[in-house]
Design a protein around this ligand. Sequence first.
Ligand code: MN
Length: 206
Amino acid sequence: MFRHINNMESMNTEPKKYKNKRNFRKTREPSGIRKPGKHGSNFVIQKHDASSLHYDFRLNIGGTLKSWAVPKGISTAAGEKRLAIRTEDHPLDYADFEGNIPKDQYGGGTVMIWDRGDFTPLNDDGNEAVDLNEQLRNGHLKIHLQGEKIKGGYALVKIQSGNSDKQWLIIKLDDNDADARRNPVSTEPNSVVSGRSLDEIARGRK
Ligand code: MN
């Protein structure tokens, strides 16, 4: 009982949005009550074949997965901007979810763990500790990703457009990992965890 309450409190209020959108008797997505899986990746990119295919980019900041839906996926070309729509925070254990969401449920479709790994904040002067939550509030964060497919520096920048505060851009920074010839979104389409294609996950192949 106590543990349950403690976990709920540690989840902030944001994941309420996550819970309110889902019926956990119908979807096998994590309810957020369990502890994160043993992998505990700090970032994950989930390929999500819902009403339209997109890539859900999630960063563990302060114990929740801050999330953006990136319609075209993440680029490895320096300076290339990709639209990223901020979505509701997800519980940490969502990073381990690969499978199918029933068609009649929120986000119905197939979810693949397309890439995952660790990330570190990037600061301009290399000195000051970076408060990622503050950067998030200010609409500008810089991080270094160490995934299996996606590596190196990226900036996430909020763009002002009308009264929407959901639109951001994810931009590859110019560094040794920048490579305009790589296009992992099309050349490395399968799960980084199971090697399965979207179709194989959809058909429930192990
Ligand atoms: Mn999604």
